[in-house]
Design a protein around this ligand. Structure first.
Ligand SMILES: [Zn+2]
Length: 59
């Protein structure tokens, strides 16, 4: 019932290997969209968003 909150990250590429809730999966590198600064893990559907403070660094 509880919806998982997006995970805030500081880099445009994030490694995901699941968590205890989803049971884990092989580690994959998810690249955040250049425009929306969001990404969804294809394995566990976890949502990643770029931290607002990281934008200036990425520019
Ligand atoms: Zn994942």
């Amino acid at each position: 019932m509880t919806e998982t909150a997006p995970t805030t990250v500081m880099t445009t590429t994030v490694a995901c290997d699941g968590d205890q809730e989803t049971g884990g999966h092989p580690r994959v590198y998810v690249k955040l969209d250049a425009d929306t600064h969001k990404a969804v893990c294809p394995y566990c559907s976890k949502t990643f968003v770029l931290d607002a403070n990281a934008k200036s660094e990425a520019h």
